[in-house]
Design a protein around this ligand. Structure first.
Ligand SMILES: [Zn+2]
Ligand SMILES: [Zn+2]
Length: 272
């Protein structure tokens, strides 16, 4: 079946996104999609931590104005969710509390991009650490992000570190970090948050759904809320590889993925 929803996409309100917001919405409509969450980067982590001010900050005022107008304009064609992807750092908690108050959204992904003050997009993070050190520090940051005091909905791209790592074997294997991964998954379940299956690293095959041990573990710990997101920075990747991601979820015992409107999860059948 075709999957016609995407919970993780970027527009040019993100420092690294391509399409103007309306172009993204039109692309989704033309593809026949029923739901699109545009989750632009809100990187307050980079605003508060030293050395990361090269990351352009999002213009939340203009974006809110345009998003509100587009929701209205396309209401009969698509559910457009006003989403944001927060870059987690404990130092930015107060700023995100302020953002959620001033710019209420439909859906927030809480993602770890910065670990021990370094953007893990950068090679230097890996050069300075063994794989064990790097992955442990990353997972500890994700564990802390689950306890963030603001109202997010899903934990973004668990395992993202493997996308950029420079080690010969990049895989984040459950058995190597079982205690820490269990702590994360238990906290996600306990707090009623969702685990995101992110398809952006399909080429590396180093993610949750190419080795679904972690997804199965989440399920066995009581996890029900899962989202699927392409993390597309260009509309050509909307819903990319969702068939495979959905098939893996079904094989792990999930019958539904979820999309969010006004922070309320709505079930989408995976196996009809
Ligand atoms: Zn991200
Ligand atoms: Zn993203």
């Amino acid at each position: 079946m075709e999957y016609l929803f995407d919970t993780h996409t970027h527009s040019d309100y993100s420092h690294d996104g391509v399409p103007p917001l309306e172009t993204a919405v039109l692309a989704a409509v033309n593809k026949g999609m029923k739901y699109l969450a545009v989750t632009d980067h809100c990187d307050k982590d980079c605003a508060v931590l030293p050395g990361l001010d090269w990351v352009r900050q999002i213009d939340l005022v203009s974006r809110k104005r345009e998003m509100t107008a587009l929701k209205r304009k396309y209401a009969d064609r698509i559910v457009l969710a006003d989403g944001l992807e927060y870059g987690y750092a404990p130092e930015a908690d107060a700023l995100y509390l302020q953002v959620e108050k001033e710019y209420p959204s439909d859906y927030v992904i809480n993602s770890v991009h910065v670990v021990e003050g370094v953007d893990i997009y950068m090679r230097e993070f890996f050069d300075a650490r063994t794989k064990k050190q790097a992955y442990t520090a990353y997972l500890e940051a994700v564990r802390a992000s689950v306890d963030a005091p603001y109202g997010y909905d899903a934990i973004g791209h668990l395992g993202y570190i493997a996308r950029k790592a420079t080690y010969p074997d990049k895989r984040l294997l459950y058995e190597d970090y079982a205690d820490l991964v269990d702590e994360i998954l238990k906290a996600v379940v306990e707090k009623g948050k969702a685990l995101e299956i992110n398809t952006a690293s399909k080429g590396t095959k180093c993610d949750l759904y190419h080795d679904p041990t972690i997804i199965k573990r989440y399920k066995s710990l009581g996890g029900e809320l899962v989202t699927i997101g392409s993390d597309a920075h260009d509309p050509s990747r909307f819903c990319d590889d969702f068939e495979n991601a959905a098939a893996v979820l079904v094989s792990c015992g999930f019958r539904y993925a979820f999309v969010y409107e006004n922070h309320v999860p709505k079930a989408v059948a995976l196996d009809k």
